[in-house]
Design a protein around this ligand. Structure first.
Ligand SMILES: [Zn+2]
Length: 467
């Protein structure tokens, strides 16, 4: 370990916690303690946290109080995760319909961290967390990265949507944490043309990172570009993928180009899910200290291990805006076999429902659909108030690519809203990415859901497997 690694772990991170009221260092230490606990001990820990959460919801979250009263339930009726099936599924629509009632009335609103899901599986959801929840999720990631040999203070080159999501020059804790503590250098994964790729590669060489991280499809596009130039990256310890289904052929390509193992991860800020691959690479270990995951059918009936169903989560750490039995919108299954790495936490198999398709511009350059929600409003910072206000007027959207490569953007506005002021901006921005394509935008009355009931904002004849 180098000097910066030691300084970062033992001085900078604790100092940042102190300055910003987070608790990452402490929770990281606690998670290292529980990493290899026998499963009954993990379950006992979960049950203690579950009881505390249920009591909190009953006492101080109007939505849950009303729900419990309507069902004739008391907090003592939900003591274990098996008892959770007495409660109905929480959907995104239920949250939208009861938004104001989802907040805890006993937590100071000043402590809320307002957030929205990235929308990779549909319309983004507005929700809320706090510093505690945020710290737990970061600590869980640090624990996993540490086990890969990636030390805090090692430089990470990220290619993803977050780079435009991040407010430039803002002195927020997230920015300080990302740049000083995590040394995470972020770049925009939608810049996939030759000029964008050249810039990324120049930055990559200059930074000389220890890890590269991003959507599998974005990293593969970058890796192919690197290969074409004849450059041979060195010094990469790990490739970290997230946010999409990682195709086996992508994993192989990334391992070859970066000469490093690939570790996939799956997480959801709405619902508090964090899961990471271990060195056995045969599933995603759930950080079960933070959440209870059930695999259910659409009505909330628990399915047997190995059977694919809806990922249903109860977030054990979010007291500001609690999620109990929440359908994230992804599908997966529990691995039946225990893992030989020594961890006893359960593993998810492949997670389906995250962006499973690619769109192409006329030059054949693939563009990840994960970028699409962010591309809707190009001239505004993703997290700025105007963006949020304008975005909130959209009920649902869908991008279609026909077999000629042309793009149709369909927007269904909310009740009473007729139009959006950013229509021309949206079309122009899409044209920049989809060079040579006809781009049209329609305000429509309805966008049908898939037969499964899931929203699908990307409809294309192309598929990830096609090259
Ligand atoms: Zn394992």
């Amino acid at each position: 370990m180098g000097f910066y690694n030691i300084l970062d772990r033992h001085v900078l991170l604790p100092l940042a916690d102190l300055a910003y009221g987070s608790e990452i260092a402490r929770q990281w230490k606690e998670l290292r303690r529980t990493e290899f606990l026998p499963y009954p001990e993990i379950l006992a820990l979960q049950n203690i946290k579950l009881n505390r959460l249920i009591e909190h919801c009953y006492d101080s979250v109007p939505y849950y109080r009303k729900l419990f009263d309507r069902l004739g339930l008391r907090p003592e009726d939900i003591l274990t995760k098996e008892d959770l099936s007495k409660l109905p599924i929480l959907t995104k629509q239920i949250i939208r319909d009861n938004y104001d009632d989802m907040f805890s009335t006993t937590i100071d609103p000043k402590r809320f961290r307002r957030s929205s899901s990235g929308g990779s599986t549909g319309t983004p959801l507005k929700f809320c967390t706090d510093n505690h929840e945020w710290s737990m999720q970061r600590a869980s990631t640090l624990r996993a990265w540490d086990s890969y040999g990636l030390k805090l203070g090692d430089k990470v080159f990220s290619l993803g949507g977050d780079s435009i999501a991040r407010k430039k020059n803002a002195v927020s804790f997230k920015n300080v944490y990302d740049t000083v503590i995590m040394r995470n250098y972020k770049f925009n994964s939608s810049e996939v043309d030759d000029a964008g790729m050249k810039q990324h590669l120049d930055s990559f060489k200059r930074i000389s990172p220890s890890a590269i991280r991003g959507y599998g499809s974005s990293l593969v596009i970058f890796a192919r570009y690197i290969k074409e130039t004849g450059y041979k990256p060195s010094g990469i310890k790990v490739v970290l993928t997230t946010g999409e289904v990682l195709m086996p052929n992508y994993r192989k390509e990334l391992e070859e180009v970066f000469s490093a193992p690939v570790f996939d991860a799956y997480g959801a800020g709405d619902g508090g899910i964090v899961s990471h691959e271990c060195s056995c690479h045969n599933g995603l270990h759930i950080t079960e200290e933070l959440c209870v995951i059930e695999i259910t059918d659409k009505n909330g009936n628990v399915l047997p291990d190995g059977e694919t169903g809806f990922v249903t989560t109860t977030d054990l750490e979010n007291y500001a805006f609690p999620f109990i039995r929440y359908h994230v919108g992804d599908m997966s299954y529990f691995k039946k076999d225990s893992c030989s790495c020594g961890r006893h936490t359960r593993q998810l198999g492949e997670v389906m429902g995250r962006a499973g398709k690619l769109l192409y511009n006329k030059q054949g350059v693939p563009i990840s659909p994960t970028m699409l929600p962010i591309m809707l409003y190009p001239n505004l910072d993703y997290h700025c108030v105007e963006y949020q206000q304008e975005y909130n007027k959209i009920d649902r959207f869908q991008i279609r690519q026909d077999n000629k490569g042309d793009i149709q953007i369909m927007l269904k506005m909310k009740e009473g809203v007729k139009d959006t002021v950013f229509k021309e901006d949206i079309v122009e921005n899409y044209k920049r990415h989809f060079v040579g394509s006809e781009v049209s935008l329609l305000i429509v009355d309805d966008i049908p859901l898939l037969p499964s009931g899931k929203e699908d904002y990307c409809v294309s004849d192309f598929h990830l497997f096609e090259q």
